[in-house]
Design a protein around this ligand. Structure first.
Ligand code: ADP
Ligand code: MG
Length: 274
């Protein structure tokens, strides 16, 4: 990852935010604009896995929405593959907090959905969808509808739907949020294996510091609102990672403690005094 850089548009970078500010103007004439992001600059090289952590409301989802082109920055630049993002960015995969499966489509047809939008021929998209479904142990459930799947299965289906799309950049917003601790770790392991096949650039939002360490190459901590990047951490644990025993790895505890100190200061408000 590259940070603190001078503005630039290196086409070799997968994505970049350059001095980005985002203010929301509430409805109602007298309402004050709310500054959600302040002077956020970071960049990711292709294949990097980067996590964003920070207190609720610090603008993490806003960062993803800007890259997906769902909103525009108030100031600064949002760049994907060397080009400024204008309008909805369909070249980026986005896994939002909800699984967003279409309730009237079977699991298989949900996984195919992105490929269908892209115009991939039916036989080809079916093969690709089945391959991914197999990889996450969902084979046999192709004809089930979302309401017939468990929470973990729906998350898996949502994730493989986006990864089957094979975009170079994937945004993930607390994708394992509501799952129990055991299912989370199993999905983390599956996600790393899927990621390792093609190594897309991933921007991953989580409030779980262990999860951030287990998955990432770099972790950015954010201050409370307005969200600013507090620090960038490099995760030097070797890959492939054993997510089930990540806390036993040399270097884990030091990194966890540093992250927690950073985040705790924001949650308790101590960080604002600095
Ligand atoms: N579309 C929007 N309109 C108005 N305010 C918004 C909008 N999206 C986010 N916000 C506000 O911006 C701040 C950051 O939100 P968000 O990016 O969702 O934070 P996080 O994902 O870190 O919890 C919050 O105060 C939120 O209420
Ligand atoms: Mg959010």
């Amino acid at each position: 990852m590259t940070e603190g850089l001078t503005p630039g548009r290196d086409p070799g970078e997968a994505l970049r935010l350059d001095a980005v500010y985002k203010a929301f103007v509430p409805r109602g004439r007298k309402a004050e604009p709310l500054l959600a992001l302040e002077d956020v600059t970071f960049a990711a090289r292709p294949g990097e896995f980067i996590s964003l952590v920070g207190p609720s409301g610090c603008g993490k989802s806003t960062v993803l929405n800007l890259l997906a082109g769902l909103m525009r920055p108030s100031a600064g630049h949002v760049i994907h593959a060397g080009r400024e993002v204008h309008g909805v960015n369909t070249e980026i995969g986005y896994i939002t907090q909800d699984d967003n499966l279409l309730p009237w489509r079977s699991m298989l047809r949900n996984v195919e959905y992105g490929l269908e939008l892209r115009g991939v021929p039916r036989a080809q998209r079916r093969d690709r969808a089945r391959e991914f479904i197999e990889l996450v142990g969902l084979a046999g459930f192709e004809d089930h509808y979302p309401h017939e799947l468990s929470g973990g299965m729906r998350k898996r289906a949502g994730i493989v739907r986006t990864l089957a799309y094979e975009s170079g950049v994937v945004l993930m917003d607390e994708p394992f949020g509501p799952l129990d601790a055991q299912t989370r770790v199993i999905l983390q392991d599956e996600l790393l294996k899927l990621w390792d096949r093609r190594r897309p650039t991933v921007l991953f939002v989580t409030h779980d510091l262990v999860e951030a360490i287990a998955l990432s190459d770099h972790i950015l901590t954010f201050s409370g609102r307005p969200g600013r990047i507090k620090r960038a951490y490099q995760v030097n644990l070797p890959r492939p990672r054993d997510v089930f025993h990540i806390h036993e790895q040399a270097g884990f505890k030091e990194l966890y403690d540093a992250l927690w100190d950073d985040i705790r200061a924001e949650i308790t408000g101590a960080g604002h005094a600095a």
